[in-house]
Design a protein around this ligand. Structure first.
Ligand SMILES: N[C@@H](CCC(=O)N[C@@H](CS)C(=O)NCC(=O)O)C(=O)O
Length: 191
């Protein structure tokens, strides 16, 4: 279950595309409120619904489940991948996502102070990411993994959060490596 403009849902779509896994996309509006609430305790997307398993919320947990047993989650890098996904959720995604959300909903003016604080927090996270990527091509191990997908999406949308990332050269080189993956998908595909 997803929404097309959500960065967290984009993470899941990119993972499914990389794995060439077919899926059916539903939006909360396709379901009644009670049915949605039964699938998503916090009424948030994404939610992964698989037969014979309870629905799974939280994009990081969904990435870990989908990537299990694939090249996106090599056994030896599993803990490091999880550590990047937790760092993204705790330190980076929200600082990039909330200013974008306020801009998209025309509420930037009344949240100006909060946005300035979040943008500072985002730059702290981006500086750390930049320092890592100066030395490494990928976040975990030597290959593209679920960690890159999880951290990439909101970084790629930073411009919509009013955050200029043009001076982060290593981050931009990494974004280009990810965008060059054969099954990479933009946030919203052209009709
Ligand atoms: N930490 C959660 C955040 C989920 C979240 O905040 N989802 C937003 C969209 S990005 C949402 O569902 N907002 C309410 C809505 O769209 O109805 C995750 O990574 O999955």
């Amino acid at each position: 279950m997803e929404r097309p403009l959500s960065g967290n849902c984009w993470k899941v779509r990119l993972c499914l595309a990389e794995l060439q896994s077919p899926y059916l996309s539903l939006s909360p509006e396709d379901l009644g409120a009670a049915e949605f609430a039964a699938l998503s305790r916090r009424r948030r997307v994404p939610v992964l619904i698989e037969t014979a398993r309870p629905p799974l919320e939280e994009s990081a947990a969904i990435l870990m489940r989908l990537a299990q047993g694939t090249h996106l989650l090599p056994d030896q890098d599993r803990d490091v991948i999880l550590s990047w996904l937790i760092w993204d959720q705790a330190e980076l995604s929200k600082a990039l996502a909330l200013p974008r959300f306020y801009a998209r909903t025309g509420r930037s003016d009344c949240h100006a102070e909060e946005i300035a604080r979040l943008q500072d927090q985002a730059h702290e996270g981006l500086s750390f990411l930049e320092s890592w990527l100066i030395e490494h091509d990928w976040l975990a191990g030597r290959c593209f993994t679920a960690a890159d997908i999880g951290v990439f999406c909101y970084v790629d949308l930073a411009g919509e959060a009013g955050i200029d990332i043009s001076h982060y050269a290593a981050i931009n080189a990494w974004r280009n490596r990810i965008r060059a993956r054969p099954f990479w998908l933009p946030l919203v595909s052209d009709p």
